[in-house]
Design a protein around this ligand. Structure first.
Ligand code: SF4
Length: 230
């Protein structure tokens, strides 16, 4: 498959241009600097000729209608159903991941892998929820920070239709991403997997402090938050 035929998804908004057609992604706390033709750590944000693209925009690999308690949120819209979506890719590589086949798909398959997922635009998501009287959309299964523009556009549309939105997150949102999604985000479950920096480094491929920073920022913004410790 050549570059012209490759599915590019949609141009991202959370990035900045660097010298020599390099870009820096601003979607999560890794802040990857990505050379032309490469993806960041998550495998789903790719530099095409000096612009960053979210290659899973509108491509949902996991789609289910779940009880909100399964997210888990126990004190937000109790007893409600939630339309839950996720994509391939992740910015963590937790060795105990229960969704390894989708979260690590790009790393396992390598560059040029087929972008798996059903065609599910933000409009289709909201239309499905309205027709089935589902009051909220949840971005879950993998880390929503990495598919930021897809989540943001869906969340914005959800609010326009008086629906609620939920993040199920590893807490690695960048400051910039949280700032932009906050007006459209009603609730979040943040997973604090350990209080050990070594654990985050060795087991998850990440750092602890950005997760704790996100928890503080979410609290300051007044978004409903519940914490998981798994
Ligand atoms: S979302 Fe995170 S891991 Fe993915 S490219 Fe951006 S900074 Fe890197």
């Amino acid at each position: 498959m050549n570059m012209e035929e490759e599915y590019k998804g949609k141009e991202a908004t959370l990035f900045k241009k660097l010298e020599g057609k390099k870009v820096q992604c601003l979607a999560c706390a890794h802040y990857c600097q990505i050379p032309e033709g490469k993806t960041g750590i998550c495998g789903v944000r790719k530099n095409y000729q000096g612009k960053l693209y979210l290659i899973v925009y509108g491509r949902a690999i996991a789609v289910n209608t779940d009880p909100v308690e399964k997210k888990p949120l126990y004190h937000f819209l109790p007893k409600s159903l939630v339309y839950s979506i996720g994509t391939i890719g992740c910015n963590f590589r937790c060795q105990f991941c229960q969704n390894w086949d989708i979260s690590q798909y790009m790393r396992e398959k390598g560059a040029g892998a087929e972008i798996l997922g059903q065609d599910l635009s933000p409009e289709k998501i909201i239309d499905h929820c309205k027709r089935n009287k589902i009051p909220a959309v949840s971005f879950t299964y993998n880390e929503p920070a990495i598919f930021f523009e897809y989540a943001r556009d869906t969340a914005r549309l959800a609010h326009e239709n008086k629906m609620k939105t939920i993040y199920v997150s590893n807490g690695y949102e960048s400051k910039e991403a949280l700032e932009e999604i906050a007006p459209y985000l009603d609730a979040i479950n943040v997973d604090i997997k350990s209080f050990s920096e070594e654990f985050y480094n060795k087991i998850c491929g990440a750092k602890l402090q950005p997760v704790l920073d996100t928890v503080k920022r979410v609290k300051e913004k007044g978004i409903w938050m519940e914490i998981t410790t798994l």
